[in-house]
Design a protein around this ligand. Structure first.
Ligand SMILES: Nc1nc2c(ncn2[C@@H]2O[C@H](COP(=O)(O)OP(=O)(O)OP(=O)(O)O)[C@@H](O)[C@H]2O)c(=O)[nH]1
Ligand SMILES: [Zn+2]
Length: 187
């Protein structure tokens, strides 16, 4: 990775040996290691058995989970918030585990649609709930600082499984709840 970054520095006309850049290849390598660490995470280890049997069958919603991801087309960041809900079938998951799952899928080269589905599908597989819903809103730097240069266009994607897909009232309850979200996205 370090050699490749040096090559990029030369290709853009920089001198990779000048003082400010000498350590840049190793910094970038370290930084990618962190930003793209999601490939090396086993999601079942991540949830660490934090699944609990509870007689609770109403909707659980965790909203405004901030995340940082990288688009696979340009390797530029997209950042935003995920809102996740599920309808438990006797099993609930530790609260902190949902943001951890979002982070794990965010820290890969992604398109927002796939990331949305992966979060929903993993929760479905791990919890076997009556339904899962994931809505993600994000700003894509590739559309803001280059290309079409649209600063305010945010992308919203959703994945609805089980009752959230079949039952309009369930979906509406979730969407109403997240529409009362915090302040708008910004950099
Ligand atoms: N659907 C989707 N598209 C994305 C995402 N991230 C980036 N893109 C888009 O991926 C597309 C790649 O298009 P290309 O024409 O191959 O690449 P490009 O020439 O850099 O495109 P422009 O961004 O239009 O300049 C662009 O339209 C991006 O806006 C994402 O998460 N989901
Ligand atoms: Zn992009």
């Amino acid at each position: 990775m370090k050699n490749s970054v040096s090559t990029i520095l030369k290709a853009i006309g920089e001198d990779p040996n000048r003082e400010g850049l000498v350590n840049t290849p190793s910094r970038v390598a370290k930084s990618y290691d962190e930003l793209l660490s999601g490939y090396r995470v086993d999601p079942y280890k991540l949830i660490n058995g934090a699944l609990f049997e509870v007689e609770y069958d109403e909707m659980v919603i965790v909203r405004d989970i901030e995340f940082y991801s990288m688009c696979e087309h340009h390797m530029l960041p997209f950042i935003g918030r995920a809102h996740v809900a599920y309808l438990p079938d006797k099993k609930v998951i530790g609260l902190s585990k949902i943001p951890r799952i979002v982070d794990m899928f965010a820290r890969r080269l992604q398109v927002q649609e796939r990331m949305t589905q992966q979060v929903a599908q993993f929760l479905d597989e791990a919890l076997h709930p009556h339904g899962v819903a994931v809505v993600i809103e994000a700003l894509h730097l590739c559309s803001m600082m280059r290309g079409v240069k649209k600063h305010d266009s945010r992308m919203t994607t959703s994945a609805m499984l089980g009752y959230f897909r079949k039952n309009l009232a369930t979906r509406t309850e979730f969407l109403d709840n997240i529409s009362r979200s915090a302040e708008p996205l910004h950099f």
